[in-house]
Design a protein around this ligand. Structure first.
Ligand code: DX5
Ligand code: ZN
Length: 218
């Protein structure tokens, strides 16, 4: 059970300190938004390079961008240890996952809430993680979509049948109130932005979330 706090809810003027504040987490989740694939704009490759250089924990880079076929592998080459692309934006997801792995990162494919899993199940051998979005991507602090839990369970079932080591990640509205149902459905990597950086003690929030997830493992 791994926790990946999203720095989208952190203080962007103090990112090095904000990364140190979650040094007990498994990953630091970095949301890259391009104002095209999603309506919001955050940060890009130069900032990710700087974060990689100072982060005490590996970077989990979630790319909400158009043309990931072209732009995602450079994030892997820059040292992000996990690189996530959205299948809705990818022209050739199989080749893209291979390119990300070849550039040295774990390859993750993300699904928006309206995107079904079944058409992409055959891509599983190319992937290290599948991200099931539990909000519409674009903003932190939105309400958790419990109707995505059957998709989490379907991905977990595919992984079980396939017999690989693929992780199942959830992102959006994950908190102490909602993490248990995610774990029960089969998620094992949990992104949390506002629930961690909105807490008085970010590190304590990470430990609490991990304990709740572990207690409710499917
Ligand atoms: C949303 C981002 C999330 C976001 C999660 O598009 O992908 O990573 O930061 O924030 P919370 O946990 O506040 O929903
Ligand atoms: Zn994210």
């Amino acid at each position: 059970m791994q926790i990946s706090p999203s720095i989208l809810s952190a203080d962007f003027a103090n990112l090095e300190a904000e990364l140190r504040a979650i040094g007990n987490a498994d990953w630091a989740h970095v949301d890259v938004m391009d104002a095209h694939f999603v309506p919001n704009l955050t940060l890009g490759l130069p900032v990710v390079e700087s974060l990689v250089a100072v982060s005490p924990i590996p970077i989990d880079c979630h790319l909400m961008i158009e043309d990931p076929d072209r732009w995602a592998p450079p994030y892997a080459a820059a040292g992000a240890q996990s690189v996530t692309f959205h299948v809705e934006a990818a022209a050739d997801p199989r080749r893209l996952a291979r390119d990300i792995r070849a550039a040295g990162a774990r390859a993750t494919m993300a699904l928006k809430p309206g995107t079904p899993w079944a058409p992409y199940e055959e891509l599983l051998p190319e992937l290290d993680m599948v991200l099931v979005m539990t909000v519409e991507p674009g903003f932190g602090g939105q309400s958790f979509m419990a109707d995505q839990m059957p998709k989490v369970a379907a991905v977990r079932e595919s992984v079980r049948r396939h017999g690989g080591q693929v992780w199942v990640q959830v992102d959006g509205g994950v908190s102490a109130r909602t993490i248990e149902q995610c774990a029960q459905a089969g998620a094992d990597v949990f992104v949390a932005g506002s629930a961690v950086y909105g807490a008085e003690d970010a590190a304590a929030a990470v430990d609490e979330l991990r304990a709740l997830a572990t207690a409710h493992a499917h």
